[in-house]
Write a protein that binds this ligand. Structure first.
Ligand SMILES: Nc1ncnc2c1ncn2[C@@H]1O[C@H](COP(=O)(O)OP(=O)(O)O)[C@@H](O)[C@H]1O
Ligand SMILES: [Mg+2]
Length: 307
């Protein structure tokens, strides 16, 4: 189940992984049917759940429901549906609504990191602050901060701020777009040749599945491929154990069993965020991430069909 309106491309990787593991293609359901107010109906039935979308002629009693590629802004509207998925058992990896909230809402994420002792940069949440309140927060964080929307929009609306004028402009932008926001102290995540530098680390339970290094020449731009960063896959075993452990701890601190962690290793290592659905449309994404992720949903007899 994915948002069929999304262009991100993870759905194809998941479909392929299901086929490789089980020998059959999955039934691909548009998650938008099951958002609050949508035509989809879910009923708990003996041994599982029945999904129906009358207008689409769909009736299914899946053994496994895999949910992916749900835009952050829509996740709250999927919660009632997730409530029908048993927390224990093979349908379980997407049933933890609170974990999704913790990861999707960066204010909640920062609170979880603080509570669980997961290293991250000092963060202050803002809504529509008076200028003096914003200046005070900005100075408290060293006058060199990153501003982000409280609910992410894929690396957009993220600003590196080093002056009060920039802070004012960011405040106006978030007010105009109706977003709550956060400012965090700059992580100083530079390579020795002075470029921005971070990693995307995909975690499943207590394992790291994939590590990708990002280097960004524009020091004021997020270190994301979509913003011009250069990405290189790093063999997991070459990524230092302490940062693998940091990524695993960050994922667990939110209540997630799977996540894509954005982290910097400079100055001891800090977490920026944990993505509920890291994109799978990346080099090696099917083998390294989609297959183990799908496999973690499958009951044992199904898994043993893998040749
Ligand atoms: N404190 C910080 N120091 C340095 N870079 C940061 C900081 N906070 C955010 N960034 C950069 O901005 C990017 C976007 O922030 P992130 O929390 O990953 O949100 P999203 O990807 O949802 O937009 C980060 O991946 C990182 O490149
Ligand atoms: Mg990110």
């Amino acid at each position: 189940m994915t948002d069929h309106g999304s262009q991100e491309g993870s759905r194809g990787s998941l479909d392929r992984a299901v086929e490789l593991l089980t020998g059959v293609a999955p039934l691909s359901i548009d998650a938008r049917h099951f958002l609050e107010g949508g035509p989809g109906r879910a009923r708990v039935v003996p041994g599982g759940v029945q999904l129906e979308v009358a207008s689409a002629g769909l009736v299914a009693r899946p053994k496994v429901v895999i949910i992916y590629e749900i835009p952050p802004a829509d996740r709250r509207r999927l919660e009632a549906f997730q409530g029908h998925l048993p927390v224990q058992g093979p349908l379980s990896l997407s049933a933890n609504v609170q974990a999704w909230r913790n990861a999707t809402d960066k204010k909640l994420a920062a609170e979880c990191f603080r509570r669980e002792g997961v290293a991250h940069m000092d963060t202050i949440a803002l809504r529509r602050p008076e200028p003096e309140i914003a200046y005070e927060a900005f100075e408290r964080l060293g006058g060199n901060v990153w501003a982000r929307p409280r609910v992410g929009v894929g690396g957009r609306d993220v600003f590196h701020l080093t002056t009060r004028d920039q802070l004012d402009a960011a405040a106006r932008h978030y007010a105009a777009t109706g977003q709550d926001w956060l400012i965090s102290r700059d992580a100083g995540n530079f390579t020795t040749d002075g470029r921005r530098h971070q990693f995307r680390v995909v975690v499943l339970h207590d394992q790291v599945l994939r590590v990708c290094e990002h280097v960004q020449a524009n020091l004021d731009a997020p270190c994301n491929e979509s913003q011009g960063a250069i990405s290189t896959v790093v063999p997991v075993e070459q990524f230092p154990l302490q940062y693998r452990r940091l990524a695993i701890a960050a994922t667990r601190s939110l209540g997630l069993r799977f996540g894509g962690v954005d982290l910097a290793i400079e100055n001891g290592g800090v977490i920026f965020e944990v993505n509920v659905h890291p994109t799978l449309a990346v080099p090696g994404g099917i083998e390294s991430v989609a297959i183990p992720f799908v496999e973690a949903h499958l009951p044992n007899p199904c898994r043993s069909q893998r040749s």
